[in-house]
Ligand binder design. Structure first.
Ligand code: 2RA
Length: 340
């Protein structure tokens, strides 16, 4: 016996990946419902070799359904997640709405699986920001071995993090560079993204950080350890899918680069590709469609007493969103609901 599963936001990039990954990982589904907003109603989406016709999120009755994966943005989540939770359906939400609520667990299964017990508070579990998820997968095994004091991270985030519009804008602007007369004004991004990089994701805060940078700080503290100091610079780059991160780590005690490499090589969710030669590292185009968080360029940072540098790449639509949400559903099934 399996689960009755709902995917809300089934026509968006992340929603479609949730359906793909539920099928790829053969999640025990007895029944599945794909929900969309009224404007996308009736759109057909794939679930493995099946085709689902989307139903109306606004009128859907969540009673009797076990798990609802939400990928609808904070506004719609605010309206419909409480409704689903009140009907007894456990909500796994990809928006940022509930991530910072102390009563709601924010989970990366490879990092803090025990936090799943907190779901009972509001029948809601939060999925982290994409740039946080891949980073904490890398940090956790190293933190367990040598206690991390400080993290400095620079991200190189793909345009798919900004949704379909972000992908379309990069495509149109790039074409516009080669086809005269097809000028495409920046819309989703504040400046041209084709052949450019933009040090600005989400809104600016009083501190001078952007909200994306603040998310990485707040979420790393909640998921791994509140004592870790984090500073981040989040940059949008002209890549379609795949976030990359340059991560500098300072530990309480010395950690040799070879030991760090072995720890990461055996850590859950990680693939180490790290050779000091041409092509001995992972780039975004190679991570697309994969479940793994790839780690390369592992090396000592000799400018501080206990420093380490590494390069981290992962598919932001998968580990950064849909895969992590499905892994939370798998954890919920194993630890709590116990069907399937
Ligand atoms: C982005 N992390 O990359 C944000 C939201 N997905 O735009």
């Amino acid at each position: 016996m399996g689960y009755k599963v709902v995917v809300a936001g089934a026509t968006g990039n992340v929603g479609r990946e949730m359906l793909n990954i539920l099928a790829e990982r053969e999640f025990p589904v007895d029944e599945i419902a794909a929900l969309a907003s009224r404007k996308s109603l009736g759109t057909e989406v794939s679930f493995g070799d099946k085709t689902l016709t989307t139903k109306d999120l606004d009128t859907f009755d969540f009673s009797g359904w076990d798990i609802a994966l939400f990928a609808v943005g904070s506004d719609a989540t605010k309206t419909y997640a409480p409704k689903a939770a009140a009907a007894g359906c456990v909500v796994i939400d990809n928006s940022s709405l509930y991530r910072y609520d102390p009563d709601i667990p924010l989970i990366v299964p490879e990092v803090n699986p025990d936090a799943i017990e907190m779901y009972k508070n509001k029948n809601i579990i939060a999925n982290p920001n994409c740039s946080t998820a891949q980073m904490v997968v890398a940090l956790k095994p190293l933190h367990d071995r040598a206690k991390i004091k400080r993290v400095v991270v620079s991200t190189y985030q793909s345009v798919s993090g900004a949704g379909k519009e972000g992908i379309d804008e990069l495509w149109d602007q790039t074409k516009g560079m080669y086809v005269p007369g097809q000028e495409v004004a920046p819309s989703k991004f504040t400046k041209q993204i084709a052949f450019n990089v933009i040090p600005h994701i989400d809104v600016f805060m009083d501190s001078g950080d952007t909200k994306e940078e603040w998310k990485m700080i707040a979420e790393t503290k909640k998921i791994v350890d509140p004592a870790i100091k984090v500073t981040a610079t989040c940059v949008r780059v002209p890549v379609f899918v795949g976030h990359s991160e340059s991560i500098n780590i300072e530990f309480e005690e010395f950690l040799d680069e070879d030991e760090a490499r072995e720890i990461l090589r055996t850590a859950p969710g990680i693939l180490v590709v790290d050779k000091r030669e041409n092509g001995g590292y992972v780039t975004p185009v190679e991570c697309v469609g994969d479940f793994a968080t790839f780690i390369s360029r592992i090396r000592q940072d000799v400018t501080v007493e206990n420093g380490l540098n590494l390069w981290c790449v992962s598919d932001n639509l998968r580990k950064g969103a849909a895969l992590n949400a499905v892994q939370i559903a798998e954890l919920l099934g194993r630890r709590v609901l116990k069907k399937g």
